[in-house]
Ligand binder design. Structure first.
Ligand code: PHE
Length: 362
């Protein structure tokens, strides 16, 4: 038992958990001296065993207790040291708030996609660099058509391989042609995207955003158009008191053509969409161009107009955003001023859903 005192002294002097563990193995491990002594009890005479046995058991308990005590002491010292090293400096500035926000145009496009997806519309796209056949000719605006001049088109100096003039698309309507040609009928698409016109003032920028809608099917009539636009505007402005007024108009690619006005109410001098435009404090404003797709356009789309009919509509996404969220200068949309974005932008997680509300503010 001469090992007991040195073992207890070594345990008391151990300064790491690993050293304590090594001492445990050397005493209590399979080959340890305490275990060896315990094993030797079997070969002793009963008298020897009664005198030696209790001393060996006492030694084992003393070593076990010393090991536990030393391990606890070392562990709490380690914890103290860790806590001392990991102080939190409460005088440091708070972490920066999340930066960046979703531009209102992106937000409104997402809202529109969500609303129209619910009505069975897919999203279609087309190139911003277009040729004049898709942008004009196939939309029933032949080369000499006066409507071409009204579009203030940005042309490229060179023609494409087929001799077509290249331009920046002036509206999203060429996507009507591209969708019919690539997908055939029946068809239900919206096409949001950038369009370009050489025009610039408080309500016009050389680049702006439109959304096009096109439905091609059998037996489609103006009633379908009116229902669709009414349902869309109610969902978008999130109110039931949306009153539409359809006015006869003219677009080369629709026949008949209708311009859609929505009633607004004057509240503190501001036009707020909703209510009848004929009310004392109300008025009408134009929000959409639309109509039944011209037979010629259906033909240019590769379809038989005796079999397929449809309606189309187009409107400005920026303008819809201004009407819904109350900005009054279109140019600010494209200034890239982060203060404007911080004010009008949307949180990245503020995803529009029909169940959660399509336009919840961040
Ligand atoms: N493309 C027209 C515009 O830019 C809008 C429109 C689209 C009108 C579809 C009727 C049908 O003004």
């Amino acid at each position: 038992m001469e090992q007991l005192e040195p073992t207890l002294a070594a345990i008391a002097a151990a300064d790491t958990i690993e050293a304590v563990e090594a001492l445990r193995v050397s005493a209590l491990g399979k080959q340890g001296w305490v275990s060896t002594l315990l094993k030797s009890l079997g070969g002793m005479s009963p008298e020897e065993r009664t005198s030696t046995g209790p001393r060996i058991h006492a030694a084992r308990e003393a070593v076990t207790a010393a090991l536990g005590e030393r391990r606890n002491a070392l562990e709490s010292a380690a914890l103290e040291a860790k806590l001392a090293a990991e102080t939190a400096d409460l005088s440091l500035p708070a972490p920066a708030a999340p930066r960046g926000s979703v531009h209102p145009v992106s937000q409104v496009m997402d809202e529109l996609a969500e609303i129209f997806a619910d009505m069975g519309f897919a999203v279609a796209t087309g190139p911003e660099i277009e040729d004049d056949w898709h942008n004009f000719t196939a939309l029933n605006m032949p080369e000499t058509h006066p409507a071409r001049a009204m579009h203030d088109t940005f042309y490229f100096p060179d023609k494409d391989a087929e001799g077509r003039s290249m331009l920046l698309r002036t509206h999203t309507s060429p996507v009507q042609i591209r969708s019919m040609l690539s997908q055939g009928a029946p068809l239900r698409v919206i096409a949001p995207g950038r369009v370009y016109r050489s025009d610039s003032d408080a309500t016009h920028t050389p680049m702006f955003h439109q959304i096009e809608g096109l439905v091609i099917d059998k037996g489609i009539h103006l009633g379908h158009l009116k229902w669709t636009l009414e349902t869309f505007l109610k969902a978008f402005f999130e109110r039931e008191d949306i009153v539409l007024r359809l006015r006869p108009s003219y677009f080369p690619f629709t026949e008949p053509s209708v311009e859609v006005d929505v009633g607004y109410t004057l509240i503190n001098g501001k036009r707020v969409v909703g209510g009848s435009g004929d009310a004392a404090n109300g008025g009408w404003m134009e929000v959409l161009g639309s109509g039944m797709v011209n037979r010629k356009v259906i033909e240019f789309g590769g379809l038989d107009p005796d079999e397929w009919q449809g309606f189309a509509f187009g409107t400005g996404v920026d303008r819809l955003a201004m009407l819904k969220y109350g900005m009054d200068d279109l140019r600010a949309f494209f200034d890239g001023d982060v203060r404007w974005l911080a004010n009008y932008g949307f949180g990245a997680l503020d995803v529009p859903t029909l169940s959660g509300g399509v336009g919840v503010r961040a």
